[in-house]
Ligand binder design. Structure first.
Ligand code: FE2
Ligand code: FE2
Length: 187
């Protein structure tokens, strides 16, 4: 297997989530109130799965290795675009989080929530298509079989460590909140 195998597999799950996000935007446009809980779950999916787990492997392993290869100017330019798009994705998700939080707290106009859901559901398929159709296959040519196997092993290690990292961070944050509110178990 090539390292792009697991990445493309992850793209398929992101696409399924994008489908649900697009359906949510359509429902709101038909007059149904935004499902804030679903949107919160979607934000978590894009933060944890799409960004940390998926973009994390792309940026910290695949793109990093490609940085030491003599890529064609075209592929180098695409890689820069992809890195920029990851940043855009992060900021879109952060805006959606804020808009959803505001709507949940204050109600009112759901326009910005719909716009962000729509932006997200057109942003991801375009990004994925660029990787799947114009980047992933040609960059695999730069790796030997041994290098690909080693990257696949690094992907596994990355995934294994991620869950521990994620919950360590959460417990750290919960402890901080607990200390600040003075309601910590340690008293
Ligand atoms: Fe990407
Ligand atoms: Fe990707």
């Amino acid at each position: 297997m090539q390292p792009i195998g697991p990445l493309m597999h992850e793209h398929r799950l992101i696409e399924r989530m994008v489908g649900l996000v697009a359906e949510q935007a359509e429902a709101i446009k038909r007059g149904i109130a935004p499902d804030s809980e679903f949107i919160e779950d979607a934000v978590e999916f894009f933060r944890v799965y799409a960004d940390r787990c998926h973009h994390g492997k792309e940026e910290e392993l695949l793109f990093k290795e490609l940085g030491s290869k003599d890529l064609t100017p075209e592929l180098s330019a695409i890689m820069q675009e992809l890195i920029e798009e990851h940043k855009q994705g992060r900021s879109l998700v952060a805006s959606l989080y804020q808009a959803n939080k505001k709507y949940r707290k204050e109600g009112g106009d759901s326009q910005s929530v719909v716009e962000l859901l729509n932006e997200l559901s057109s942003f991801y398929p375009a990004h994925i298509e660029k990787e799947d159709k114009h980047f992933f296959f040609p960059v695999m040519e730069y790796f030997t079989r041994e290098q690909m196997d080693s990257m696949l092993e690094d992907f596994n290690t990355f995934d294994r460590q991620m869950i521990h990292e994620l919950f360590l961070q959460r417990v750290d944050n919960w402890e901080k909140v607990s200390e600040q509110s003075g309601s910590g178990n340690a008293g």
